[in-house]
Design a protein around this ligand. Sequence first.
Ligand code: AMP
Length: 174
Amino acid sequence: MKILMIGPQGSGKSTQAKLLAQFLQVPKISTGDIFRKLSKENGEEARSVKDILGQGKLVDDETTAEIVKKRLQQSDTQNGFIFDGYPRNINQVKLFDPGFDKVIYLKTPKEELIRRLVSRSRADDTFEAINTRLDLYFTQTEPLLDYYRQKSSLVEVDGMGDINQIQDEIKKFI
Ligand code: AMP
């Protein structure tokens, strides 16, 4: 099964994507993880990605779509995959569409997102970067919800509550 976990940062989508990937025995593909790894390498591209990540901005759509396309050529994706972080906007899905069977939206109130985000510590989590990423999510990524709703592949899951309970909710749709 090809699944996309969608939601703002702090919604718990990475945690839920990881649990679901373990359950379904398929890889979790996170463009954020791919870019964080890339940013630690040497060279011009790595430096540029590091800057973008640090500011909470998005890597350009063409580069991102190309990286995702390449990742899907690996043999571990044959039985499906869980995506976390791609697509981030309509243009990306037009450039390369992984063809999701289900899109799981983790709906979480904004106050809860902020509360969770200030209590986690990741190298690229400065206050400014968090704000930029949330803004980008609401302006660029949220329109994807309607896009997938129209394709009837969107399901909504309440992002509030216990991690395992949320995972059980998600499994009901699988
Ligand atoms: P994430 O772990 O999903 O929060 O992603 C961390 C950072 O990686 C983001 O703030 C972006 O700079 C970059 N990134 C991840 N996914 C994408 C994407 N689909 N398009 C562009 N940039 C991305």
